[in-house]
Design a protein around this ligand. Structure first.
Ligand code: SF4
Length: 64
């Protein structure tokens, strides 16, 4: 599984960080969220999928 972030869409809400802090991180001065692990372990799939689903900007895509 690969996590793809559309930086044009992301407006640093941080909802994804609440959902899956293992993969997404945000500092106060970040304009877009940071993807900590581009290819997360399968054990994180459910959390990553939930993060993608609840992102208000639909900025997260999961490949594979
Ligand atoms: S929830 Fe979506 S818009 Fe908000 S920080 Fe995460 S990827 Fe960006």
């Amino acid at each position: 599984m690969r996590v793809i972030l559309d930086e044009q869409r992301c407006d640093a809400h941080g909802v994804c960080v609440d959902e899956c802090p293992e993969v997404f991180a945000l500092d106060d001065d970040d304009d877009v969220v940071r993807v900590l692990i581009e290819e997360p372990d399968e054990s994180l799939r459910e959390k990553v999928e939930r993060a993608a689903l609840i992102c208000p900007k639909a900025a997260i895509t999961i490949e594979g």
